[in-house]
Design a protein around this ligand. Structure first.
Ligand SMILES: NC(=O)c1ccc[n+]([C@@H]2O[C@H](COP(=O)([O-])OP(=O)(O)OC[C@H]3O[C@@H](n4cnc5c(N)ncnc54)[C@H](OP(=O)(O)O)[C@@H]3O)[C@@H](O)[C@H]2O)c1
Length: 332
């Protein structure tokens, strides 16, 4: 194990340009911890928000962003027997993944599925768990139903397209450029629409024979959210996943009453932490999906650790398609 390693450090809350590559001293493990030699770290929208001081979890600088990574276990605390040095793993946490080494709790570590490369594994957990938790656990999406996925070319959006097709639903997705719409098509969506299209709700209704969609999956928020409620079916389920637009929509309660749709909050990370039975159910479902290569992440952007600021800027400029991965020199 190297006693010193490089990390991408957020030095002030001014966004991606504040990232500096700074050498760190390896610290001793505490009870229950695992040290991973990181091969790849997957970027998520909250990483960008954290560098701007806009995420619900607000660490003070300097801090190392990064919520998920894959790599090889190089050391475990004396009380850890769930993994051992040499194991190929994926891990999640509240930060620290954008580094050549990462210390995480053993409970947050799972085996890298043989079907996934290190880079795919680094991008698996957040997208897949959000899509599964939202569509299956919260939205009860069924085969033959329709789902309208906003921000469908993004990280959690594209995982949802794949999950919905795996379930057997009809998928309508939004993408703000031709390249994004093409990527959504490749991911399996049946119909593609531009979120800026003024007749968006009308078009969604036409695609569902005037009925409207059974489920809306919304990681975007803003005006698009209110447009999507106009395209929802009687008794529909509206899944509130996130606010990538930066605007939190206010839903008119009378509209939900008149159309009898449900507004459903989604917290894919927190819910299983509060419900041990759900945690077991979710882990088993995701393990099975990963083993079958379902929801394999689409990686469109790869950067070395030294270009972490550029990688985060892709998210900031709304240019990301699928997943962005930061690969360490040892990645495969
Ligand atoms: N609830 C949960 O459990 C949970 C879990 C994970 C993530 N999230 C949330 O989900 C949201 C999306 O995360 P993500 O990692 O998928 O992000 P992402 O990869 O950047 O995708 C977000 C998508 O939103 C659309 N968008 C619309 N306005 C935008 C703007 N002003 N800036 C950036 N994108 C904009 C973009 O698609 P178009 O350009 O095609 O419109 C983009 O592809 C975030 O708010 C995140 O915090 C929630």
């Amino acid at each position: 194990m190297n006693s010193r390693y490089n990390a991408a450090v957020c030095t002030e809350l001014t966004g991606p340009s504040s990232i500096r590559i700074i050498e760190q001293d390896a610290v001793p493990l505490q009870t229950g911890e695992v040290r991973i030699k990181v091969h790849a770290a997957g970027l998520n929208f909250p990483d960008l928000l954290m560098t701007q001081g806009k995420y619900q979890f607000r660490p003070d600088p300097p801090f190392i962003p990064g919520l998920e990574a894959s790599g090889e276990v190089i050391e475990v605390a004396a009380d850890v027997d769930s993994v051992k040095p040499g194991d190929r793993v994926m891990a999640g946490g509240k930060g620290g993944a954008l580094a050549e080494q990462w210390i995480v709790n053993a409970a947050a570590v799972s085996p890298l599925p043989p079907a996934l490369s290190f880079s795919e594994g680094a991008c698996w957990q957040t997208g897949a768990s959000t899509a599964w938790h939202a569509l299956v656990e919260r939205g009860h999406l069924q085969a033959g139903e329709s789902v309208f996925i906003l921000g469908a070319s993004g990280g959690v959006g594209m995982a949802a397209v794949k999950m919905a097709k795996h379930i057997g639903a009809m998928v309508i997705g939004t993408g703000s450029s031709e390249a994004k719409r093409e990527a959504i098509r490749e991911a399996g969506a049946d119909h593609l629409l531009d979120p800026a299209d003024e007749s968006l709700a009308t078009k969604v209704k036409a695609l569902t024979d005037g009925k409207g969609v059974d489920v809306v999956y919304d990681p975007v928020g803003g005006d698009l959210a209110l447009t999507a409620t106009r395209a929802i079916a009687w008794n529909g389920r509206y899944l509130i996943v996130g606010f990538a637009s930066g605007e939190i929509p206010s839903f008119p309660a009378n509209h939900a009453l008149i159309k009898t749709y449900s507004l459903i909050g989604v917290r894919a990370g927190e819910s299983p932490r509060r419900d041990p039975e759900l945690a077991v159910r979710q882990a088993a479902a995701l393990s099975d999906l990963a083993a079958h290569g379902a929801m394999r992440p689409h990686i469109f952007h790869r950067f070395p650790l030294t270009d972490t600021a550029k990688a985060l800027a892709v998210l900031e400029k709304r240019e990301a398609i699928g997943r962005i991965v930061v690969e360490m020199a040892t990645s495969s």
